[in-house]
Design a protein. Structure first.
Length: 244
């Protein structure tokens, strides 16, 4: 059963508001992805130490004296334990489907949530915080109705449908977790390749629309909002959304 709390408020924020002087150790899973790579860059630009994790580390072309690149496997708890131990924040920004069962439980987003939470639970007070990059399908477009429920499934590729449902399943899983510090950050329906403006709105689990009815944000500004959350921890054990 869904355990989502309807929230229609939105707060306009500016990047770095409440910026911390503490240098954080941040692990980013999915560091070669369109979002993950920008999260890595944003964190480095703010002076944090970053461990970029990828199944193919050679694909990480970025170089920085505060950047470490490692090979990691979210399907292997031992690998996750080795990578996240001693860190301050773990960012999970992955997508994909494992196998061909067609079940939401086979979505990498859901498997990653279960695996990382189990690892962090075992670390207890030493565990880093977890920030999970969610999917817009988990946003409400009207009270009690998710965006995923409005999608025309007949036109939706099966793999994409599994990924969307897997993200919703991951959020439902997180809502049952009260012994690990997690945050589920949700993008709007439309990601753009626009510039980093540092100005956007932050809301709850409701899809945010601008004055023209659009629900969008650039990946660069989404990365800003994510690192803001890493620094400020304003949405502990909560879902929040980002849009213009």
């Amino acid at each position: 059963m869904r355990q989502l709390i309807f929230a229609c408020f939105a707060l306009i924020v500016t990047a770095g508001a409440g910026h911390t002087d503490k240098v954080l150790d941040i692990v980013v899973y999915g560091a070669t992805g369109e979002v993950g790579s920008l999260v890595v860059q944003e964190a480095l630009d703010r002076g944090h130490r970053v461990t970029a994790v990828s199944r193919s580390p050679e694909q990480v072309k970025m170089q920085h004296d505060k950047l470490s690149v490692v090979k990691g496997d979210l399907l292997d708890p031992a690998s996750v334990t080795e990578t996240v131990t001693g860190q301050d924040v773990v960012v999970v920004s992955v997508r994909g489907v494992i196998g061909d069962s067609g079940s939401p439980q086979s979505a990498l987003q859901f498997i990653a949530a279960e695996t990382v939470v189990d690892v962090l639970y075992r670390q207890q007070d030493r565990a880093p915080r977890l920030i999970h990059v969610g999917g817009s399908g988990a946003l409400e477009v009207e009270p009690g109705v998710l965006f995923a429920e409005k999608l025309p499934k007949i036109l939706l590729p099966k793999k994409l449908e599994v990924e969307i449902l897997g993200q919703i399943l991951a959020l439902e899983f997180y809502h049952k977790v009260d012994d690990v510090t997690w945050t589920y950050i949700t993008p709007p329906k439309n990601f753009t390749d626009g510039p980093r403006t540092g100005v956007f709105r932050v809301g709850g689990n409701r899809a945010l629309q601008d004055a023209r009815g659009r629900t969008r944000v650039s990946r660069a500004d989404f990365a800003v909002a994510l690192i803001d959350e890493a620094e400020q921890a304003r949405h502990v054990r909560k879902q929040f959304s980002v849009a213009y």
